[in-house]
Structure formats: C-alpha cells, structure tokens
Design a protein around this ligand. Sequence first.
Ligand code: C5P
Length: 401
Amino acid sequence: MIGNFKVILGISGGIAAIKCADIVRDLKGLSAKVLVVMTKSAQEFVTPTTLTAVGADSVTTSLFNDKSDMPHIDIAKDAQVMVIAPATANIIAKLATGIADDALTTTVLALNCPLLIAPSMNESMWQNVATQKNIEILKSRGVKIIGPEIGKLACGDIGIGRMSEPLDIIRRIEELTSKRDQLSGKYFIVTAGGTREPLDEIRYIGNRSSGKMGFSMARKLLERGAKVSLITGPTELTAPFGCECIRIETVDELRDEVLKRYDASDAVVMAAAVSDYRFKKPVQGKIKKSEGPLNLTLVPAPDILKELGDRRSNKILIGFAAECGDDIEKKAREKLEKKNLDMIIANRVDDDRIGFDSDYNEVTMITLDSVEKIPISSKDSIAEKIVEKFIFLKEKALRSI
Ligand code: C5P
C-alpha cells in the first residue's frame, strides 16, 4: 500500500515513455502523490498534458519556467521514492557521473530517498561496456535497477532491453515504500572500516577491514527510511545514496564524530574495526632505521562502544565481534554484556573465504535472550537480516524512542 506517499516519476526519452500514463494512473490508484519530471526528449513521446490528464499532481519539464524558483529542491523534498522509467543509456550515463543539466538530473542530485531506474534501450546499447560500467556504478551507490526484460524491442529485434512492465515497476515501488515506513524518523550512526593509529608521520597500525559490512548496514537502514550518518575509516567504497558520510582515520577522530552525534541518535551500529591500542607517543617526522631493535609502547585506545554503553539511556546499541578460534559465541556474549549492548554480531576472522575484505560473511546474531546463526551469505543479505532482527526485537523500544 503506497497511500499518502510522494513518488517522483522521472521520464527520459525512450519509446517506452508511452507506458508512463499507465504508471501514473496505477500510482494514483494507490493514493500516491505523483510528481512527474520529464526530459526534453521524453516530451517527444508523451506530453505533459497526457500525464496531467491521467492524474499527475505536477509535471515539471524545465528548471526555469516553473512556478517555483527551485523546482528540483521542492520536488525532491520529502519524497519517499523516485523512479525513472524509462531510463535511457544517456540518463544512466548522466546519473553515473553526476551531471545535472536539466530538471530531471538536477532533481536526482537533490534526492534523499531511494532511486529506482527501469532501463530501456536497444540490446547493443544495453550491453555496451560503457552502459554496463555505469550500471555498476549506480548499483554500488545503492540505486535499484528493475529490468530490462527480454522481448521485442522498438527496432524490431528480439533481445534484452525492454522496459519492465508498469505493474512490475509499481510492485517494486510498493516494496521500496512499504519498507521505508519501518525506520522513518529514526537516526542511526553507523561506523565502518578500520582505524589507523600513527606511529610517526608516515607509518601507522591498521587492520584489514574493508568497510563493506558497515556500508551494507547503512544501505539497508536507508532503504527503510532511516536517517544515517556513516562514519568510516579509509576505504575506496562509495557512500550509499542519501547518507551523511564522514571520513576519519584515528580512534580519537572516530570517537569525536560519534560523540558529536550520539545525543541526537536513536541507535548506533559499530561495524568499524577499531584499534584496541595506539602508540603512546607518535613521533614527529620519520623514525630513522637503526641497527638494534625498536621498542615502542602501545597504550589502550578508548573503547568507544563501551563508553556509549555506559551512558546509553534509551538508545539501541549494536556491536560487532571479530573473533578467532573456539568459543566465538561465548566471547561475543561476554562483550555484549560488558559493553551493555542490545545485540552483537559475532564473526570468524580466521577463515579466508569470509570476513575481512570479502563480500561474504558468516555471522551469529546474539542478544541477551536469543542466538541466531546466518550461514555464509553476501554482506548485503546479512545486513538485511540484522536490520530485520533489530526491527523485530526492538519494536516496542523503537516506538518509545
Ligand atoms: O572488544 P572488541 O574490540 O572485540 O569489541 C568489538 C566492538 O567494539 C565493535 O563493535 C567495535 O566497533 C567496538 N570497539 C570500539 N572501540 C574500540 C574497540 C572496539 O568501539 N576501541
């Protein structure tokens, strides 16, 4: 059920644009508010008048001849989902590079909600390496893709490139919007990646964390409508669409950024691999090589999660425990209790197939009164399960925070 949701329908210039009247009509049938934004070439296939006639609440075709001075900001504000159907190779390339040269592309940059695109083009254009690379970039940013389907194309060929059917697109929008209700209005701090503790101005101690688990968590929380601040150690990953991303290096920087936001937050997910030790006195400049051994003193770094747990009030705290050897579950449970957490996710880091830097993991979700194993799966699907578990376990608490 979409009811009372604001949906933005972006239309770019492919022949499948003729199906957009059906999309608008179906969305109106579900009581959605539908704001249409069209590119110039889309108007060659379907007119603004047609879309208004089937119920669109507004149709924007330009940034300049609109009632509003800033139509892209007004349209993007408070939208629950945006869908671009059809999405041509051209619009996909523009989105991948962040070009904003018309009302549609500018609106996309101002979005703060999930973006779904329904590609539609000739098979060769779809399979062109440039298009495929652009699709990969969009996927890595959390953009959802539906289709294209195999079938008869406008050029007469049979192949892959047909836009998905309007009803399938509507079903996908419903899926995205129904999930979005679950955490809307909730503010999460998610930490990701590893920290680096300087030894001198050149060297540091760090760890092999890639940041993938924390980034997946941020993506899944955003999909459910949460506001997310993602605080991450050095990583090449692209921040998911719609979150505040803060890049840090040391434990102290991470602690500062977390504490700055802690009071305003509803929940913290500490997926970062935070250094337990740091150098007592990092050296100015570069430590010179000498013949003998080099003795360095390490002192404990602040345990951020423990500090949060000690002053938790009604927040929800989730930690991760990277463990080796036997009794992984027991060790993680001890941390859950010591750090005063709601949930801890235990994972093995002495198995090369999973864990650090892999796209896969095998974890156990532990709360005070439950234990649930998730077999080897992608970090995205593990994040999905953690978020579901979290919503299930904390429904009552969430209502009160
Ligand atoms: O005690 P341990 O480091 O194994 O606990 C892991 C959990 O604690 C993780 O969620 C990690 O992000 C967090 N942590 C922290 N500050 C530290 C070390 C770990 O917040 N200095």
